[in-house]
Design a protein. Structure first.
Length: 266
């Protein structure tokens, strides 16, 4: 008589997360794969019932965040923000907290929170969680670089949050290096991973050997796709803080009861 594997946790106590995805689709899929692998790693999951419960709204029709921010056109910003507000309202009342798998989209965080405002469901900021991780792992002598899409960097999302939480001013790219970041991002969005690696790898070496950085925040969800494809061919003395991994770890721990929302939001 065969025996079935037993659940390692009680799924009746699990939280359900709402995930705003589609920015871009490849990054969202990579995030979901990360959720699965981290669930195995953090909880020793053995059955379907041991995995994370989530509701995903994968909406690639959300207006271009870069264009809206960089245009400075209030109408375009409102258009993108209200779209994200509507996406978040679709989670009600079925989730316990909401996250967004896009760094730049956090420029519109107030709109996403407004979409949840008729409930007590919290929105957890990827930028805040990642900034806290940087401050916990870096030392006063660390030189931390933040790489992100131009809209994210122009918004100052990470710069403000790191300074607010710990008084740290990160290194940000100049115009030439920022163009490299955007080229790499759009190669990933186009499915051109080899081309993305070709332009992104020299930037990493520049940050270490020219700018003296020893820690890099991957502040765009396309960047981890590139780093994984580089398959270890990155500078040895460089520590990556992957915003996608930070968000996935916190999500798994919350959903499986390893930490509480109160602890995460402190």
């Amino acid at each position: 008589m065969s025996s079935f594997p037993q659940n390692t946790t009680d799924p009746t106590n699990d939280l359900t997360v709402g995930i705003v995805g589609g920015m871009g689709p490849q990054a969202t899929v990579s995030f979901l794969q990360l959720i699965i692998s981290l669930t195995h790693e953090l909880t020793s999951a053995r059955t379907d019932q041991d995995h994370v419960k989530y509701i995903l709204v994968n909406d690639p029709t959300i207006p271009n965040r870069q264009e809206a921010i960089l245009s400075g056109d209030e109408g375009e910003i409102v258009k993108a923000g209200e779209h994200m507000e509507r996406v978040c309202s679709r989670f009600l009342p079925s989730v316990d907290f909401v996250i967004c798998v896009c760094n730049t989209a956090h420029h519109f965080q107030s709109y996403m929170e407004r979409g949840l405002s008729t409930s007590s469901i919290p929105f957890l900021s990827l930028v805040t969680l990642t900034s806290k991780r940087v401050l916990s792992l870096s030392t006063p002598s660390s030189k931390v670089a933040v790489l992100g899409a131009t809209g994210c960097m122009k918004s100052g999302l990470y710069q403000r949050e790191m300074e607010r939480l710990g008084g740290r001013k990160p290194y940000v790219c100049g115009e030439r290096e920022q163009k490299v970041c955007m080229d790499a991002i759009y190669h990933v969005k186009a499915g051109e991973i080899d081309e993305a690696c070709e332009v992104f790898s020299p930037l990493l070496h520049f940050l270490v050997h020219t700018e003296g950085c020893d820690m890099v925040v991957l502040g765009c969800t396309e960047f981890p796709v590139i780093v994984e494809a580089l398959n270890g061919s990155v500078p040895d003395d460089l520590t990556f803080i992957d915003s996608t991994i930070v968000l996935a770890e916190v999500t798994v721990k919350l959903c499986k009861g390893l930490v509480t929302l109160k602890q995460v939001m402190e």
